[in-house]
Design a protein around this ligand. Structure first.
Ligand code: SAH
Ligand code: SF4
Length: 348
């Protein structure tokens, strides 16, 4: 199979052009056709010679995302289930905010991390997505928004999959997204979320970017975190915290802790107290997420009062904390839920 043209960064396309005996700027022209003009074929790249377009066609393919289903929420959130060339299905979400449109992308078909509250991991990991298959989700979303004269203003890597288990593809995806000759998404408007793959937190800290990092922490200590997230046995709580302290010191950037509140499990006042004591000196923000019900799991939601109490305990200790505004709740917009339903019907 031919590699996807969306797999290549701006610099790589320039190198490719030179390798074909063309000036480097031809690579930049290709990048412009892909991300500014957003064409669907090499044929349309009319400022390139016919032989060069033919070479492109011989060597590369476009990613095809087939819309299997689409769910539109009353709040403007649209969730897509896309079929890939090998019939695997992935989810992409467009969320409408008053400041613009945010896209939530998937990085792997399934996930092997095994968090006990997550629908994405129920069928295990099928395969990694290539950089281009992640890019295609944003380009497709942008094409839909083009019809309304709107643009993708932010990206969250919070769909199915663990981005730091597919690190190189995720980084190339990010390089393509932030390039000023392409979609030019502001780095500060992009967030990558990880369950805590420690070696790659260090790597990410050393990448000289302004991209935001979020950590799915979900527990205030090692023992409880191991119960909820088996990955914690591989990369223990204290090692995650040490890596995050390194990241903060190295980048000077604030991190976000994601904390899914699960009724009676991790949502008690003592959990809030313990979390506060662990993170009080860190440059951070806590985002509380009322757990989304996953039919296969027994977890229940924390009551509104208890959510506010949890928030207050953290805030009283000087911690910056918000409760995630829920979007698309009426359309099963939580990570992996749509695909899980699709697989129940016997699909991949
Ligand atoms: N794999 C990455 C990024 C995707 S998940 C990660 O785990 O960080 C985005 C966020 O949704 C994560 O914080 C994840 O832990 C959380 N999440 C997964 N299932 C959930 C559920 N049922 N309810 C609430 N949050 C959930
Ligand atoms: Fe994977 Fe993230 Fe789901 Fe955990 S929460 S199983 S890391 S997708």
């Amino acid at each position: 199979m031919k590699p996807f043209i969306y797999d290549y960064t701006y610099d790589e396309l320039r190198e490719w052009a030179v390798a074909q005996g063309e000036p480097a700027f031809r690579g930049g022209q290709i990048f412009d056709w892909l991300y500014v003009k957003r064409v669907n074929s090499f044929e349309e790249m009319t400022n390139l010679s016919k032989p060069l377009r033919q070479k492109l066609d011989e060597q590369f393919a476009f990613v095809t995302l087939n819309e299997i289903t689409k769910f539109e929420s009353k709040d403007g959130t649209v969730k897509f289930l896309f079929g890939l060339h090998d019939d695997h299905a992935i989810e992409t979400v467009i969320m409408k905010h008053n400041y613009g449109n945010s896209i939530c992308v998937t990085t792997q078909v399934g996930c092997k991390v095994g968090c006990t509250f997550c629908a994405s991991t129920l069928g295990g990991l099928k395969r990694n997505l290539s950089a281009g298959e992640i890019v295609a989700q944003v380009v497709q979303a942008q094409k839909i928004l083009d019809d309304r004269g709107e643009r993708v203003s932010s990206i969250v890597i919070m769909g199915t999959g663990e981005p730091f288990e597919n690190y190189d593809a995720t980084m190339n995806f990010l390089r393509i997204m932030i390039h000023d000759k392409g979609l030019n998404i502001g780095q500060r408007h992009i967030t990558v979320s990880t369950s805590g793959i420690v070696p790659n937190i260090y790597r990410f800290a050393d990448e000289d970017t302004q991209i935001n990092l979020a950590i799915s922490i979900h527990a205030p200590n090692d023992a409880l975190r191991s119960k909820l997230m088996p990955v914690n046995r591989r990369f223990p709580f204290d090692d995650v915290m040490e890596a995050l302290r390194y990241y903060i010191a190295k980048t000077g950037r604030r991190i976000t802790f994601e904390y899914a509140l699960i009724g009676g499990v991790n949502d008690q006042p003592e959990h809030a107290e313990e979390l506060a004591s662990v993170i009080k000196d860190m440059l951070c923000h806590v985002n509380l997420i009322p757990v989304n019900h996953v039919p296969e799991r027994k977890y229940v939601r924390t009551s509104r009062n208890d959510i506010f109490q949890f928030q207050r305990i953290l805030a009283d200790k000087g911690i910056n904390v918000t409760i995630r505004r829920e979007q698309g709740h009426d359309i099963a917009a939580a990570c992996g839920q749509l695909r899980a339903k699709h697989m129940e019907s016997g699909a991949r």
